[in-house]
Design a protein around this ligand. Structure first.
Ligand code: F0G
Length: 482
């Protein structure tokens, strides 16, 4: 369903659900927020929930579940092997994707681990529209080289191109020609392309990639973790799909792919993951790794309750009202911020709203991590936790020099059906306030820098006393009223 037109002329997203279970939130005063962000080494991963008002770190495993999902969890059939719960999940995946075989895994990156172990040899090249951190880590760990082939529009922060996650098909053909199909174990297609702002691919583009792959005898692997958002955008933005149902679009996507894997922390609004395929041979190649690393073939490391919730969640993903919620709230947030001059990634994608820190804080050099600094500043300004997706999330070059990210983004995820419109309005208000006071915000420097995955564990400090100044300005503007 579309956003609702109000008599006062406003066009607003409308919650298509009622809230029946709630969790109390606290909003600590600005002085405590300043203290907490420093206790956390200015790394939002290290904050603790009791200090956080709006947790916009991720949409992973924190989406609101429906009454039917919770009810289904109570009838879960717990057994090590042959559980009826697994059969129900397998049947649902067959129905939706038309794929005969399903291998369960405890979450998305576990699928990437199995894919990497099965298919990748040192020196292999894996083309993809854009990398995701865990996929890249697993593929490069096996000696693979990741090639990103997203269209140029995908790398532009602001554009009116509706499918910024599309592959550049000419680049794909050229890469296959250069490498030879034999050196390409598979093409990875990421739906709802996470790291460029949750941007979708068109069905047309997916079909074209699949055609090129099939002509060259290369396997296609889609990461469907963010399929629900991508599906919604195809339905809304792709002319040729306007009259197709969500099921028809999903089936057309699935028919074009050899392997579909997903994080059920996103797709299916539960916790877990797995891989679907039509080919028995492909299934057999990966099958034995599941009991070795994940768990027996009928649970793969997941709890049966989560599998029941996932089965219902997958069915609900076919409901346009359900999948419209995330993108519509995100679009509202992005467009409001844009209207007030705040630099955001446009058009709005799925997953969350992405602030463009390079334009938000042009005075902070990239070596002082503008996206990380913006994350710390927004926490001070509003108790809002985002996720740095910029240079801190990169790894240093082998010679120890800093690898500057192409984009410096602060991701503000909107877990599905979790926040109300007034909470989104609050976030917008604090971001706008911060933007008006942006000259106060300075950079960060590492004080503890782990050699791997530094964005998870690293600790940073402000380069000077800008955070105290920001807290004082906040106190002066908002007084005692928090
Ligand atoms: N692929 C995509 C596109 C993802 O966004 C994620 C996780 C994964 C794979 C890995 O799945 O977490 O279940 O192992 N994204 C989370 C995020 C972590 O915050 O965006 P996982």
């Amino acid at each position: 369903m579309d956003t609702i037109k109000f008599a006062n002329g406003k066009q607003l997203p409308l919650e298509m659900h009622k809230v029946r279970i709630v969790q109390k939130l606290g909003l600590p005063p600005v002085e405590r927020r300043l203290e907490a962000v420093n206790e956390a080494g200015n790394n939002t991963f290290l904050l603790t929930n009791r200090d956080i008002f709006l947790d916009m770190l991720t949409d992973s495993g924190v989406n609101a579940m429906s009454d039917n999902q919770l009810a289904a969890m109570m009838v879960a059939d717990d057994s090590y092997a042959g559980s009826a719960t697994f059969t129900r999940l397998e049947d649902k995946l067959r129905e939706i994707f038309g794929t005969q075989f399903f291998l369960p895994a405890h979450q998305g990156r576990a699928c990437e681990h199995i894919l990497a172990l099965t298919f990748i040899k040192p020196g292999n090249v894996i083309p993809m529209n854009f990398h995701f951190t865990t996929a890249k880590a697993h593929f490069t760990r096996m000696g693979g080289v990741v090639e990103e082939l997203v269209v140029d529009e995908g790398r532009k922060p602001v554009s009116d191109f509706p499918f910024k996650g599309n592959f550049d098909l000419d680049k794909l053909r050229a890469l296959i020609k250069k490498e030879g199909a034999g050196n390409i174990p598979f093409i990875r297609i990421e739906s709802g392309t996470n790291l460029i702002g949750g941007q979708p691919l068109s069905l047309e583009n997916m079909l074209a990639v699949s055609k090129i792959a099939r002509e060259n005898g290369i396997i296609t692997v889609i990461d469907a973790s963010l399929w629900q958002d991508n599906l919604f955008f195809i339905k809304k933005r792709e002319e040729a799909c306007r009259n197709m149902t969500t099921r028809e679009i999903t089936r057309a996507m699935a028919d074009a792919m050899d392997i579909i894997y997903f994080s059920a922390r996103k797709l299916g609004a539960a916790r877990g993951g797995g891989m679907c395929m039509r080919s028995k041979e492909l299934c057999e190649r990966m099958k034995e790794l599941v009991p070795m690393f994940e768990g027996f073939l009928t649970y793969g490391g997941m709890s049966v309750r989560e599998m029941e919730a996932m089965t219902v969640g997958l069915e609900e993903t076919m409901d346009e009202d359900v999948i419209s919620q995330g993108p519509q709230f995100i679009e509202y947030m992005c467009n409001e911020l844009d209207r007030q001059g705040v630099p955001v990634i446009l058009p709005a994608g799925g997953l969350g709203c992405h602030l463009d820190a390079l334009r938000f804080l042009p005075h902070v050099p990239q070596t002082q991590y503008p996206a990380g600094a913006l994350g710390a500043a927004l926490f001070i300004a509003g108790g809002i936790r985002g996720m740095e997706r910029g240079t801190i999330s990169e790894q240093r070059e082998p010679d120890g020099s800093e690898r500057l990210a192409e984009m410096e983004l602060l991701r503000l995820a909107l877990p599905r059906r979790v926040f109300t419109l007034s909470q989104v309005e609050y976030a917008i208000d604090r971001i706008v306030w911060l933007f008006r006071n942006r000259e106060i915000v300075g950079g960060l420097k590492f004080v503890e820098e782990p050699s791997v995955l530094r964005f998870f564990f690293g600790r940073l400090a402000p380069v000077d006393d800008w955070q105290e100044k920001l807290a004082r300005r906040f106190r002066a503007d908002f007084g005692e009223s928090l």
